[in-house]
Design a protein around this ligand. Sequence first.
Ligand code: PLP
Length: 295
Amino acid sequence: MSICYLNGELLPLATARISVLDRGFIFGDGVYEVIPIFDDRPFRLDEHLTRLARSLDAIALPNPHTIPQWRALVSAVVTANPPSEISLYIQVTRGPAPRNHAAPIDPTPTVFAMVSPLTSTPAPLPVATITLADIRWARCDIKAVSLLPNVMFRSAAQAAGAYEALLIRDGWLTEGAASNVFVIADGRIKTPPHSCYILPGVTRDVLVTALKGSADEVLETAISKDELLAADEVWLTSSTRDLVPVASIDGCALGAAAPGPVFRRVTSHYTQYKRAMLVTVAPLNARQRISRPSA
Ligand SMILES: Cc1ncc(COP(=O)(O)O)c(C=O)c1O
């Protein structure tokens, strides 16, 4: 059984307990991160910790840890489990409090972290997708644990025999239910720009940076639903799956047979870029002292 972290303790996942009054449970009042780790080497840890700090700031929940404390926590959880390809899930909620929508002035956050196997895509590649109306709120840039719309999107996709839902807001592509989206249109690689309607995906940003200055430089621009449906190639990005090629949208095959030539080229570039970055990452140290989050 895997070992998790809860409020300053390492313990078997099955024995971890939180209060039913935890605001994460009652209101979905919390934020999270998912970090891929390859044989004790976390990929883009600082970027994930920075995004976590940004999400906490956005919901006015004081960050319970400094960056070195977060690093020690990550190290402790990861090294308490067998080394392999894993994803580390970190969740911070506003903690237990009497039920009241207004946030307590002095919260005691709940800090939780667990590992899961970093499995390959559980769908045959390339994947089928559907489009759905993006009915979410206007702060999709916060990685919030309140994911009910995303649960509904992915469930609808699954019920339609698809892997992912591509979200359309007022005629414009935003992102996937749990991924960012890239398209090839007019011979250019395009992805929607950062805004309050998409999560600033770490993988998205790595790919944009990796391709900067090359012939495949990404154009960060608005993409209409019509442009999406007429695209030659489409792929999804996320930390646990890297790049996933799309075969069809709403039952219609894309222009180029997936995975298309640009996807193959870009994936190989991304894989090399990632490998080069990973070798510069020091493996996490053996178990370190971790302090309780400050109240
Ligand atoms: C809504 C949403 N957009 C984009 C992504 C991709 O982000 P990242 O590359 O940081 O995993 C995710 C990942 O879970 C997500 O949930």
